[in-house]
Design a protein around this ligand. Structure first.
Ligand code: SF4
Ligand code: SF4
Length: 391
């Protein structure tokens, strides 16, 4: 037909790594960029028709919206139908966006601060990994943090890795790096590797043992060479306090897109080891070097962990790894059932937090690290430069 646009007869689907979510608002999720685009209901319904079985003409997107999606690479076109499944279940309120999945409690290190305590031969079976990730994805999940123990020590790691490639979640592997050589990095079906670096060589090894620093740095480099995003996680402790300027250079040189720095909590092997813990003020000084996003946050007047849950290798589900002794339930009851039992903490239940000028940024800090459930987190108060109001 004269004047007809050549693209109109092409079949359209969401591009690789793009998926739809019903969170508190309808959204489109860009897995590689880890970005959410809010949609209105019409936009959601229109994009839900882009499943590779209809042409652009048949889908009938608003022309301006269609041009935007094509220009941003959110849609892909093909001359033949390429049907794709649509995973778009209802989402709970609050939405569960981040899931820490401790697939194993095996570990090849015995770090002085590990909140799990001694390593154990407990693994989440492959079938349960698949079931929980399917449920998490259908609930609107965004990011799975595959942790341990050392996750690469799971006896079925290869099968887990193969499954990871098939879902729309952003996959982040949390590792100590000892098993992550070039070949392993090249085989990973994850978007991001998070390597633990707890100081320069001396500080790192004071916590993690001799010979653990160089492999961790090499693993970070291998992940970058394999084209994966890199983040670095650091624990502040007494033996790395003077190393944060050097670490800053290293982390920049490694091109980490995120540097998470945290202060230790008295749990697991750390107990109340005063030899490792540091004052809130010193911890805050070090934590000021951190950058990048986080997944522990609150929002809407609620404290931390508003969209986060942890699944342990023994199947318990909890608010986060520190709350495994107060589980929400077990995986055999279903993730949604467990999540529905979570009771977010209003900031108004924490002395001084609701009125705090830093509340929007801080969100009441870490509820586990706070000296009591109704008190502010002294580390975050130091970091925010706030004197907590405690009667
Ligand atoms: S208690 Fe601490 S570790 Fe747990 S979700 Fe809150 S900030 Fe994160
Ligand atoms: S800075 Fe302290 S008082 Fe303010 S919100 Fe954070 S924990 Fe609460």
């Amino acid at each position: 037909m004269p004047g007809a646009e050549p693209n109109r007869g092409l079949f359209v689907r969401l591009a690789e790594g793009i998926s739809l979510r019903r969170l508190e608002e309808p959204c489109l999720y860009h897995r590689r960029a880890d970005e959410l685009y809010e949609l209105n209901q019409d936009g959601l319904e229109a994009l839900a028709r882009c499943r590779g079985h209809l042409t652009l003409d048949e889908v009938g997107l608003d022309p301006e919206f269609e041009a935007f999606c094509l220009a941003e690479g959110l849609l892909s076109l093909s001359p033949e139908p390429r049907p794709m499944p649509l995973v778009l279940g209802p989402a709970p309120r609050p939405s569960l966006r981040y899931l820490e999945l401790q697939i194993t409690w095996r570990c090849n290190l015995a770090c002085g601060h590990c909140y799990l305590g001694p390593a154990q031969g407990v693994d989440l079976p492959l079938a349960q990994v698949v079931t929980v990730l399917r449920e998490f994805e259908a609930m609107g999940g965004l990011r799975v943090l595959i942790s341990g123990g050392e996750p690469l020590m799971h006896p079925q790691w290869e099968a887990i890795n193969a499954y990871l490639a098939t879902n729309s979640l952003r996959r982040v592997l949390l590792t100590n790096g000892l098993l992550l050589d070039e070949a392993k990095a090249g085989s990973l079906a994850v978007d991001e590797v998070q390597v633990s670096l707890d100081g320069m060589a001396e500080g790192h090894q004071a916590l993690r043992g001799p010979g653990s620093f160089e492999p961790a740095v090499a693993a970070a480099r291998a992940a970058r060479r394999a084209g994966l995003d890199l983040s670095v996680a650091t624990m502040v402790h007494a033996a790395n306090l003077d190393q944060f300027d050097q670490m800053q250079e290293l982390v920049r040189e490694l091109q980490a897109q995120e540097w998470g720095i945290d202060a230790p909590c008295p749990a697991g092997r750390l107990g109340d080891d005063a030899g490792l813990t540091v004052s809130p003020a010193r911890a805050a000084e070090a934590m000021a070097h951190a950058y990048g996003g986080a997944y522990h946050g609150g929002g809407g007047g609620m404290a931390c962990g508003l969209h986060l849950a942890t699944v342990a290798a023994d199947g318990r589900v909890a608010k986060c790894g520190f709350y495994l002794d107060r589980p929400l339930g077990t995986l055999d009851q279903g993730l949604w059932t467990c999540w529905a039992r979570q009771r977010p903490t209003p900031l108004s239940d924490i002395v001084g937090c609701a009125e705090c000028p830093a509340a929007a940024e801080c969100g009441g800090g870490c509820r586990f690290r706070a000296p009591a459930p109704g008190l502010p987190d002294p580390v975050m108060c130091s970091l925010m430069g706030v004197t907590p109001v405690i009667d």
